[in-house]
Design a protein around this ligand. Structure first.
Ligand code: UDP
Length: 319
């Protein structure tokens, strides 16, 4: 019998791609999701897969007994788009604390390893650039992003507490902005917004000056990093992200070019505490995992746009 991996948040954007990658590597997968921000349609193609099982489950409740057979648990269950986590701040904190505690307790019983999906948001609005794992961050603990940022920081602390106190095997991935097929059009994150708007011929909503930067990693690369980290012996938190940094204005121009859209740009207010610059130092992931992002932004966006056109069933615009 093959090894069982549990994926929480399996119906989400990253979770669903992770299920595909694990099944392709020959693992059995128990997928858990409460469908609060993910959608079963992301996993519909796995319905008939003999190694795959999906259960509706909210991780703030103890994990189902089937998870006790796991050799690894990938904990991805948490709203991840600023739009979603700020609409559900209580559930966001609880997923990262009570939810993670349930995951860690199951892992203790099962003698399983845990990979915690952490985030570049642990660095807040960073004063150090690029961000290496040694940087402690600049987080506003009281602002509207705190539910996510502090929730994920506490989650890292809880993982390390279980390692120190109980010797549990934990892996921590600080995931930077990722994008790709299966981002939902209503996700609220910038890549999803710009592509849906461009395809629909609506104005692209640029928040603030648009000079703020992010570094976007294609989902396939992100998932490869997560699987490598889980299978490695690396105990320190690792940044997983791409290193080519773009302003939101640049991103808007690239999306317009690749979609062939004539949409104008429209300014909207910059959200409170929106980080001004973000780019990971991935020297550790390169060295310790032999991992590096391979898909260029242009190629990744092309594939993502193709997916959005299929889901939105909108014919290609003339370029
Ligand atoms: N953003 C934007 N227009 C949008 C959505 C987001 O200009 O329609 C900006 C947002 O202010 C931020 C960046 O894009 O500076 C990335 O936002 P996102 O919500 O994708 O992720 P974040 O990195 O902030 O978690």
């Amino acid at each position: 019998m093959s090894e069982l991996m549990v994926v929480t948040g399996a119906a989400g954007f990253l979770g669903s791609h992770l299920c595909d990658a694990l099944l392709a590597r020959g693992y059995e997968v128990l997928a858990l999701d409460d469908f609060s921000t993910g959608t079963p349609s992301n996993l519909a193609h796995l319905d008939q897969h003999p190694g795959f099982r999906l259960l509706r489950h909210d991780i703030t409740e103890p994990l189902p007994p089937q998870a006790d057979g796991a050799s690894g648990i990938f904990n991805l269950a948490c709203p991840a788009s600023p739009l979603h986590y700020q609409r559900r701040p209580v559930q966001t904190v609880l997923a990262s604390t009570i939810g993670l505690n349930n995951v860690l307790e199951t892992a203790r019983r099962a003698n399983a390893r845990v990979l915690q999906a952490s985030t570049s948001e642990v660095y807040g609005d960073p004063l150090v650039h690029p961000q290496s794992e040694r940087y402690f961050g600049n987080v506003n603990p009281l602002g509207p992003r705190a539910c996510y940022d502090e929730g994920k920081r506490c989650a890292e602390a809880l993982c390390l507490a279980y390692r120190r106190q109980y010797g549990l095997q934990v892996r921590i991935a600080r995931i930077f902005n990722s994008y790709g097929p299966r981002l939902l059009p209503g996700d609220g994150r910038v890549v999803s917004n710009f592509i849906s708007q461009a395809i629909a011929g609506q104005p692209l909503t640029v928040y603030g000056s648009g000079e703020q930067t992010r570094s976007f990693c294609f989902v396939e690369d992100t998932i490869d990093g997560l699987v490598r980290l889980m299978l490695s012996e690396v105990e320190q938190p690792l940044n997983i992200g791409a290193t080519d940094e773009h302003t939101m204005l640049e991103l808007a121009q690239i999306v317009l070019k690749l979609t062939g859209s004539n949409s104008p740009l429209v300014r909207q207010p910059l959200p409170v505490d929106d980080p001004r610059r973000r780019r990971p130092d991935i020297g550790n992931a390169r060295r310790l995992l032999g991992w590096t992002p391979r898909v260029s932004l242009n190629e990744g966006l092309r594939r993502t746009i193709r997916h959005f056109r299929q889901t939105l069933r909108t014919p290609a615009l003339e370029s």
